[in-house]
Ligand binder design. Structure first.
Ligand code: UDP
Ligand code: MG
Length: 314
């Protein structure tokens, strides 16, 4: 019989956390969900440490753990996606492997789902002080832009401790697009969405896998896959600049009539204006390029990831 709850966890070089995570997680699941049934699906996202061996060793003893093995590292969201495909539960909870999301919060999320919501998001209480500003500031910006572009007012997209119902997950699995940021994608398929506060801890061990460039990339993903707003802004900017240019032309003509000999000092102003326009053009090209690049990636239609093996017992 299909279990009620599926927990999905992406794992990338988390050997220092796995045992502790499993101890806490399995305790919570056994105490709260043994009657309704549960399973855990973890994707090993091409870890280069002992993570995979540890997962397989646990799975040998606990048949309710399925392990998806990637042949290399494809990133957190690809890993979650691949794990979704293996879930059979009615309620699917995603979380991180680094114990920043306490497993003890899962029953709260599931209880909220029982009230009939499609998605229940976690709202992290008090981001930890040792998450440096370089990590929290970008997240804040990401959250704000996501809110603006996707139009859904969730406060904490970065929090991976979230619960989805089966229908939302099936809709996500039908998406063939490559750059999918799961929380935003899921929200576009759900009607009843809510958030509850969840505890948030420091990363238990190991380092964050997100550097500056990965965050920038994630931001572009969000912007271009959920909105055409930047393209529309380009046209608005173009109109504004042309209007300015036209007014300037009129101004210069008038100036010439008033003072026919004094044209030379105007050249420097013109240079300044020219550089401004050139800058605008480069920004515009860059944005267009970003969209076109994404179209190119999309039409190549390569698989998003390659699964080496799914370790599960029937
Ligand atoms: N992760 C992954 N593949 C990656 C990067 C991260 O599966 O390429 C996993 C990682 O093991 C963790 C989760 O995604 O379970 C979140 O990563 P991390 O804690 O580094 O992100 P942060 O908390 O700094 O946002
Ligand atoms: Mg983390």
């Amino acid at each position: 019989m299909a279990p009620h709850l599926s927990v999905v966890i992406p794992v990338y070089n988390e050997e220092a956390n796995i045992l502790h995570l499993w101890t806490r997680l399995s305790k919570v699941l056994r105490e709260n969900f043994d009657d309704r049934g549960w399973e855990v699906v973890m994707t090993d996202d091409g870890s280069r440490d002992m993570s995979l061996d540890m997962l397989l060793e646990i799975a040998r003893l606990e048949p309710r753990l399925k392990v998806v093995e990637f042949n290399k590292n494809y990133g957190q969201h690809a890993a979650i996606f691949a794990a979704f495909a293996q879930t059979t539960g009615q309620v699917i909870v995603t979380m991180d492997a680094d114990l920043q999301n306490p497993p003890e919060e899962i029953p709260k999320l599931v209880a909220k789902m029982d009230e009939g919501f499609d998605i229940v998001g976690g709202l992290r209480q008090g981001r930890q002080a040792n998450d440096s500003v370089f990590r929290t500031m970008p997240s804040k910006i990401v959250n704000a832009i996501t809110r603006k572009t996707t139009g859904i007012n969730l406060h904490d997209y970065g929090c991976m401790l979230r619960a989805y119902n089966r229908e939302v997950i099936d809709a996500i699995l039908n998406c063939r697009e490559r750059s999918s940021f799961i929380p935003a994608l899921a929200n576009s398929f759900a009607k009843r969405i809510t958030e509850i506060p969840v505890a948030h801890a420091e990363r238990a061990a190991g380092d964050s896998k997100y550097g500056f460039w990965r965050l920038i990339n994630l931001q572009f993903d969000l912007l271009t896959s959920f909105s055409l707003l930047p393209l529309q802004m380009l046209s608005v900017l173009g109109v504004a600049i042309s209007a300015l240019g036209f007014m300037l032309f009129i101004g210069i003509m008038i100036y010439r009539f008033i003072d026919p000999a004094g044209t030379v000092e105007g050249i420097f102003t013109l240079f300044a204006i020219l550089f401004f326009f050139i800058g605008c053009q480069f920004i515009a090209f860059g944005l267009l390029g970003e969209y076109i690049g994404r179209i190119y990636v999309e039409v190549r239609d390569r698989p998003r990831y390659m699964i080496k093996k799914v370790h599960k017992r029937e």
